[in-house]
Ligand binder design. Structure first.
Ligand code: SF4
Length: 183
């Protein structure tokens, strides 16, 4: 390498030449980092949303390209989280796009040693039958309720889903209704 080239690459020279004497900006960047562009620049549009994972309800900006979620980041306009997301919220893109996501019902029958795939209609029919049988067998005529069935919701249920689940449970006389992440 020639002396002139070596001098030009010397950090002090770059800092002075690029108007960054403390080396906190451009002078501290490599050619590669200068060429990088944020993933979020590719988005067709950005949608404001709320993280579904817990009761804090942090604000999210969901970047969408060709109808697919490409990136999720904190929403600085949220008065709750002011642009921050915890690791769960940052990873919530996987909620819709993880390659590990299951799209088929998995069933392990009593004493079974492996998971079987069931058609959704069959699985729903089995659940309905078990609820009806249990409800009939345990119905309390005096208090109009069953104590043999409970419902535990998860953090990824949204407000509307929880509202419908609560309505369904009350209609069936199920009074033990809880959620892992209620506000
Ligand atoms: S899971 Fe994390 S990012 Fe999501 S609402 Fe809760 S604290 Fe916020």
């Amino acid at each position: 390498m020639k002396l002139g080239e070596a001098l030009a690459r010397w950090p002090v020279v770059r800092q002075l030449r690029e108007g960054d004497p403390l080396g906190l900006g451009r002078a501290a960047q490599s050619e590669r980092s200068r060429a990088l562009e944020p993933r979020s620049d590719e988005a067709d549009h950005v949608v404001q949303s709320i993280c579904p994972y817990c009761a804090v309800g942090c604000g999210q900006l969901v970047h969408v390209k060709d109808g697919e979620v490409t990136h999720i980041e904190g929403d600085p306009a949220s008065p709750i989280s002011r642009g921050r997301l915890c690791p769960k919220g940052q990873a919530s893109k996987s909620y819709v796009q993880s390659p590990l996501r299951e799209y088929k019902v998995k069933y392990r029958r009593p004493y079974g040693t492996r998971w079987e795939e069931l058609p959704l209609d069959d699985a729903m029919g089995m659940i309905v039958q078990r609820i009806l049988d249990t409800r009939t067998a345990s119905w309390d005529d005096e208090l109009n309720r069953t104590m043999a069935i409970g419902n535990l919701g998860g953090a990824t249920l949204d407000n509307e889903e929880n509202y419908l689940i609560k309505k369904l449970c009350v209609g069936l006389g199920i009074v033990q209704v809880e959620n892992q992440a209620r506000i």
